[in-house]
Design a protein around this ligand. Structure first.
Ligand code: ADP
Ligand code: MG
Length: 328
C-alpha cells in the first residue's frame, strides 16, 4: 500500500468530522477558531525504544501519544479541536509487537502487510480516543526512516481569548490542588498490580476539568515529571514559593499498599493529573466541581512568598525530596 492509499484508507476516516481537514485530500488544513477565541497548540514526539517498547500494541501507542497532548491542552484550559500526526515509519518493518497481543502475525505476510496491519491497529486506537475526547485528525505527514519508529502529534484546542490557564498566575495564599491520585504511574512501571500498570500505560487526560478551571485556577499545569519538580515550575513562573503537606497527598488504594507510595507521589513521573492553584475564596467552587466531575480534587498545600517548594512531613518537618524525571 503506498502512502496515498494508506492515508485514504486509514487516516481520512479519522478526519471526516472536521471539515477543515478537507478529507486529508489537499495540501493543508484550514482552521477558523470560533469568534473571540484563541488557538492553543501543543506538540509531543515519541520514539521506539525510548518512550515505548517494540512490542507495545500499536493502538495503545496511539492512545498514549494523543492523550499526553490532550493533557497539555487540559492544562491550559483548552477545548480539544483537532490534531496533526507525523508518522516516521521504518522502511524495513519488523514490528515485533504484531507477534504478540495486538495482532497475530502471519509468517506468510510481507513486510508491507505488517505495516498495513500495524497502521490499522494504530488508527483504531486513535478512533476510540477521538470519540472519548471529542477531537479529530486534521492532517499530518508520513515518511520513512532507516532508524526506529518515531511519532509526533500536534494538538490544537480553543478557548475564549485571554482565558488560558498559565503557570505564572499563582499568588501567595493561593491553595494548591491536584486531581485524581498521585504516584500510580511510577509505581505501575514496576508493579504487577493491574490498576497501577494501567495508570502507567494509559494516562487519563483531565480534559473536562481543565476547561472548567477557566476563571477558577490562578495557575495550572499537568504533572508529567513528578509533583515536586512540576510545582517548582509554577513557583518559578509565578515568582513565589510553595508548601505542600505530605499527609495530604492523594494516594490510590493500590498505591497505599506500596512502601514507596509517598516518594512516587512526590517525584514519580507520568501522572498526567492537573496541578493548579486557586485563591482561598474558590475552595467551595473547587469542591463543587470535584463532586460534579466525580473526580477527587485534593488540597495539598499553599503558595507562599519565597521561591522554594517545601514538603512537610506528618510532624510539620521539612523533607528532602528526590528530583523528578529528567529527559537529559
Ligand atoms: P505534501 O507532500 O504536499 O506535504 P502529503 O502527501 O504529505 O502532502 O500529504 C497529503 C495530505 O495528507 C495532507 O493533507 C496531509 O496533511 C495528509 N497526511 C499525510 N500524512 C498524514 C498522516 N500521517 N496523518 C494525517 N494526515 C496525513
Ligand atoms: Mg507533507
Amino acid at each position: 500500500m503506498d502512502e496515498f492509499a494508506l492515508i485514504k484508507t486509514h487516516f481520512a476516516p479519522l478526519a471526516k468530522n472536521f471539515s477543515g481537514a478537507l478529507n486529508l485530500a489537499d495540501d493543508a488544513a484550514v482552521i477558523a477558531p470560533p469568534p473571540g477565541h484563541e488557538l492553543v497548540v501543543t506538540k509531543d514526539a515519541i520514539s521506539a525504544g525510548v518512550h515505548f517498547t517494540d512490542n507495545e500494541p500499536p493502538g495503545l501507542i496511539a492512545q498514549k501519544l494523543l492523550r499526553v497532548n490532550l493533557s497539555d491542552l487540559a492544562a491550559m484550559g483548552a477545548t480539544p479541536l483537532c490534531y496533526f500526526l507525523a508518522l516516521i515509519l521504518p522502511s524495513s518493518l519488523s514490528f515485533s509487537g504484531l507477534t504478540r497481543e495486538s495482532i497475530p502475525m502471519d509468517p506468510r505476510l510481507k513486510a508491507e502487510d505488517d505495516r498495513t496491519k500495524w497502521i490499522a491497529a494504530f488508527a483504531a486506537g486513535l478512533a476510540g480516543d477521538q470519540e472519548t475526547f471529542g477531537i479529530a485528525l486534521a492532517g499530518g505527514d508520513t515518511t520513512a526512516t532507516k532508524g526506529k519508529l518515531a511519532l509526533s502529534l500536534t494538538a490544537l484546542g480553543t478557548l475564549p481569548a485571554g482565558s488560558a490557564l498559565k503557570r505564572s498566575g499563582a499568588k501567595p495564599g493561593d491553595q494548591i490542588f491536584v486531581s485524581g491520585t498521585l504516584g500510580d504511574a511510577a509505581l505501575g512501571l514496576e508493579s504487577n498490580d493491574a490498576f497501577l500498570k494501567r495508570r502507567y500505560r494509559l494516562p487519563e487526560p483531565r480534559v473536562a476539568l481543565g476547561q472548567r478551571l477557566r476563571g477558577i485556577a490562578s495557575a495550572c499545569m499537568d504533572i508529567s515529571d513528578g509533583l515536586a519538580q512540576d510545582l517548582g515550575h509554577i513557583c518559578e513562573a509565578s515568582g513565589i514559593g510553595a508548601v505542600i503537606h505530605r499527609p495530604l497527598l492523594p494516594l490510590s488504594d493500590a498505591a497505599k499498599q506500596h512502601p514507596l507510595a509517598h516518594d512516587a507521589a512526590l517525584s514519580g513521573g507520568d501522572d498526567y493529573e492537573l496541578l493548579f492553584t486557586a485563591p482561598p475564596e474558590k475552595e467551595n467552587t473547587v469542591a463543587a466541581l470535584a463532586k460534579e466531575l466525580n473526580l477527587p480534587l485534593t488540597r495539598i498545600g499553599e503558595m507562599v512568598s519565597g521561591k522554594e517548594v517545601a514538603v512537610l512531613d506528618e510532624a510539620g518537618k521539612p523533607l528532602k525530596v528526590k528530583p523528578g524525571y529528567r529527559h537529559f
